[in-house]
Design a protein. Structure first.
Lengths: 128, 286
C-alpha cells in the first residue's frame, strides 16, 4: 500500500480503494481481520483520522465491520459485493473514457473493435 | 474539551509588530501544521504559548488555565524548540536525568529505547553531537514526555531523509497513545501534509487560515491552457497568482471549482498544500 499526494484523489479515498482491492484480490479474506487504523497510519505516515475516514467508507459499504474490542473484519460476501460494484462502474470508467479518447484520435468504432480483438488474442497467448 | 486558546494576542518588538490581534485554537486530539514564512510570527506565538515571552495584550489559555501561571500548566505542555536551552557540557544521559526531575511524565525507558532507534549515543556531550543529532536529542525528549500538548518547532532541521521518516512514524506512534495534541511548525510542508489534520497559517503576524487540510486543499485549484482561454475563464474569479511558460498560462484560483465549458481545452488540477501555501503567502508580500 502507498498513498500519492500528487493526485486529485483525497488520501482517505486512496486508502479505501486500496483496502478494497486487497480484499477483492484475497490478501484479506472474508471473516479475517484487516490491519488496524494505527498500523496503517504508521505504515503510510498518514494521520490516523484520515485512515479511519477511509475505513468508514468500507464500513458504510458493508465491506468490513467492527468487532467490538477486536478490530475491523471483512464481511462475508464482501468479494461478491465488490465484484458487482466494479462491474457496474466498468462502462463509465473504461468504455466511456475509451470512446472519448478514440474520438480525439479520430479512430472509428471498427478500429476499436479490432484492437479489442487483438488484445484478447495477445491475452490468450500469454496463457490468460 | 481541552484546548490551547490564543485570545486576541498582540506583541510588538520595539516598533515592529510581530503578532497583530491573533486568535486561534488548538484542540485536544489533533495534529496541527503551524505554517508560515520566516518572520511571519510563528516563533513569537510559540514562545508566548510556552510562556517564554510575554504578550503585550491578550492571553493564552491551556485547558482554561492562563499559560502565564507556569506551575499550573507545567505538566500540560512541552515545547521542543529550534534554539538550544540545554547545557552544552552535559552528557545526553545526564540531560535525561535532569528532565526526569522537572517532568514527572518523562519516561526514561522510552527515551533510552528511542535513543537506540535513532542510534543516539547517550554518553556523548551535547556539544559533541552533530547538528542533526542535536535535533534528534531534542526530539527524543519531546517524544518521551506524555504531556497532552507538544509543540515541535522545526523538528526535522538537519535530519537526513531516514531520520525524518523515523521521526514521523514515531510521532504517529506517540500520537496514538492517547488524547493529545501535536503542533508542528515547519517549512517542510509536503512532508507533513498527510500527517497533519489541521493547518494554521500565519502571515505578517495575522492568522491567514485555520482549516482542515482537506478543506484547505478544496479551497484552491489551478487552471492551465492557452493564455487567452485562461484569462477568459478567470474573469471574475479570485486569482492568487499566475505562472507563464511561453504560450501556456497557469492561473491559481481560490474558490470552488466549477465545471469547464463544453469542448474547452483547459485543464483543471488540484494544488498541493505547498503550492497553495506559496501562492497564498506570496500575495501578501509588498
Amino acid at each position: 500500500m502507498n498513498v500519492n499526494s500528487n493526485t486529485e484523489k483525497p488520501i482517505f479515498i486512496q486508502i479505501a480503494e486500496q483496502l478494497e482491492d486487497k480484499i477483492f484480490t484475497g490478501v484479506f479474506r472474508e471473516e479475517t481481520q484487516i490491519p488496524s487504523t494505527n498500523e496503517i497510519s504508521a505504515l503510510l505516515s498518514v494521520n490516523p483520522h484520515t485512515v479511519l475516514k477511509g475505513m468508514n467508507i468500507l464500513v458504510d459499504g458493508e465491506i468490513i465491520y467492527k468487532k467490538r474490542g477486536l478490530g475491523m473484519f471483512v464481511m462475508t460476501g464482501a468479494v461478491e459485493k465488490i465484484r458487482r460494484k466494479r462491474k457496474s462502474r466498468f462502462y463509465e470508467q473504461y468504455i466511456a473514457a475509451l470512446i472519448e479518447e478514440a474520438k480525439k484520435l479520430q479512430m472509428t468504432k471498427e478500429d476499436i473493435i479490432s484492437l479489442i480483438e487483438r488484445g484478447y488474442q495477445n491475452g490468450s497467448h500469454s496463457g490468460q | 474539551m481541552g484546548a490551547i486558546q490564543v485570545n486576541d494576542v498582540t506583541k510588538r518588538y520595539k516598533d515592529v509588530p510581530a503578532l497583530d490581534h491573533v486568535s486561534v485554537t488548538f484542540e485536544l486530539g489533533k495534529i496541527y501544521g503551524f505554517l508560515g514564512r520566516n518572520g511571519a510570527g510563528k516563533s513569537t506565538l510559540i514562545n508566548i504559548i510556552a510562556n517564554r515571552v510575554f504578550a503585550d495584550s491578550g492571553e493564552v489559555l491551556i485547558d482554561g488555565i492562563p499559560a502565564s501561571e507556569n506551575m499550573a500548566v507545567h505538566d500540560k505542555i512541552f515545547c521542543m524548540s529550534e534554539t538550544d536551552l540545554y547545557d552544552r557540557d552535559l552528557k545526553v544521559i545526564e540531560q535525561f536525568k535532569w528532565t526526569k526531575r522537572f517532568y514527572t511524565d518523562f519516561d526514561m525507558n522510552r527515551a533510552l529505547t528511542l535513543s537506540e532507534k535513532y542510534r543516539l549515543d547517550v554518553n556523548k556531550r551535547f556539544k559533541a553531537l552533530s547538528k542533526g543529532y542535536q535535533s534528534i536529542f531534542k526530539l527524543v525528549i519531546a517524544l518521551s514526555l506524555s504531556v497532552p500538548y507538544v509543540i515541535f518547532d522545526e523538528p526535522v532541521l538537519g535530519l537526513d531523509a531516514n531520520h525524518r521518516e523515523l521521526f514521523y512514524s514515531l510521532l504517529l506512534e506517540a500520537f496514538e497513545e492517547g488524547d493529545r495534541t501535536f503542533i508542528i511548525a515547519t517549512h517542510m510542508i509536503e512532508e507533513v501534509s498527510n500527517i497533519i489534520e489541521e493547518v494554521v497559517l500565519i502571515d505578517g503576524g495575522r492568522i491567514l487560515a485555520q482549516e482542515s487540510v482537506e478543506e484547505l486543499l478544496e479551497s484552491g485549484y489551478s487552471v492551465s491552457g492557452a493564455a487567452e482561454e485562461v484569462d477568459g475563464y478567470c474573469a471574475g474569479k479570485n486569482v492568487i497568482g499566475y505562472d507563464e511558460l511561453g504560450g501556456l498560462k497557469i492561473a491559481y484560483i481560490m474558490g470552488k471549482k466549477n465545471a469547464l465549458p463544453k469542448g474547452s481545452d483547459l485543464q483543471i488540477s488540484a494544488m498541493d498544500l505547498q503550492k497553495l501555501f506559496v501562492k497564498m503567502t506570496e500575495r501578501s508580500i509588498k
